[in-house]
Design a protein around this ligand. Structure first.
Ligand code: PAF
Length: 281
């Protein structure tokens, strides 16, 4: 595995790989890798000749009061995990190289970025789309892999690629969970032992929603009420949102209807840590 830190060098390498007619599978990450990321890398490994992973804590997707400075980092472990998972190139650019002095160009997707996480994290998806588009131009992937855990991000990236005619296939990969249901996230590291236990209310409330739907409940407000009741049993929890939306365009739904795939998404603060989870029914 080669470690590349310069944008120009990465551009030259991917240009050469493309000229040789080889496929590139790309996994963009912010590092502090866990088995969720590894599953993306393994999928990329199966489907492409060359696999590239980026590790970049992207400053433009963090709000002023968010955790940019404290975002967990462990480069040594990331390198080890990427090598083990069969990555060929790991790209670790510096912020000053990605955003040179005077940088002022952004990619913004409208219509599906205002709700869900976009409502409480204004500017977040603009930062995500900008960095992902830049990384696509640098790495020139054939296919790029994103986790379903960030369901809104996945839908936004798909829309960006579709509407900007980027010649890249976006592959969504399933959420990876701990044995007790907690969705893997780099931010789980912020949780104390007690909060880790309380955080199970996210996956439990999704499971409950699925059971209620399976038993015939169709009114979203009623299902939400039951989910809220369950989440309130976690003493340090504060619900940011619980939304039932169409899985394609993220338009809010009031009733469960067999004609569309419903994304049930939620964000809950456990103590100071904001966690997200979702399920498609
Ligand atoms: O999902 C993430 O880790 C980030 O949002 C991404 C896609 C790497 C962009 O910085």
């Amino acid at each position: 595995m080669e470690i590349i830190r310069s944008v120009d060098e990465m551009v030259a390498i991917s240009r050469k790989i493309k000229a040789e007619g080889k496929t590139i599978g790309f996994v963009p990450t912010m590092g502090f890798l866990h088995q969720g990321h590894i599953s993306l890398i393994k999928n990329a490994r199966k489907e492409n000749e060359i696999v590239a992973v980026s590790v970049f804590v992207n400053p433009t997707q963090f709000g002023p009061n968010e955790d940019l400075e404290n975002y967990p980092r462990n480069e040594e472990k990331d390198l080890e995990l990427c090598a083990e998972a069969g990555c060929d190139y790991i790209f670790i650019p510096k912020p000053v190289d990605m955003y040179r002095e005077g940088y002022n160009t952004y990619v913004e997707v409208f219509g599906i970025t205002e709700g869900l996480c976009g409502a409480s994290r204004p500017g977040h998806f603009r930062g995500v789309c900008t960095v992902v588009f830049k990384l696509f131009n640098i790495i020139k992937p054939t296919k790029a892999y994103f986790g379903q855990k960030d369901a809104q991000q996945l839908a936004v990236i798909k829309k960006m690629v579709r509407e900007l005619n980027a010649d890249i296939e976006i592959i969504g990969c399933p959420i990876i969970r701990e044995a007790d249901g907690l969705a893997l996230s780099s931010r789980n590291t912020y949780l104390t032992k007690d909060e880790r236990e309380q955080a199970l209310v996210l996956s439990k409330s999704l499971k409950l929603a699925k059971e209620l739907i399976d038993s015939g409940m169709i009114e979203v407000s009623e299902i939400k009420e039951e989910m809220l009741r369950l989440i309130s049993t976690a003493k340090d929890s504060e619900v940011d949102y619980i939304e039932f939306v169409d899985n394609y365009d993220l338009k809010p739904l009031n009733r469960i209807d067999r004609s569309n795939q419903v994304l049930i998404a939620l964000a809950v603060k456990i103590g100071k840590t904001r966690l997200i989870d979702n399920m498609v029914v």
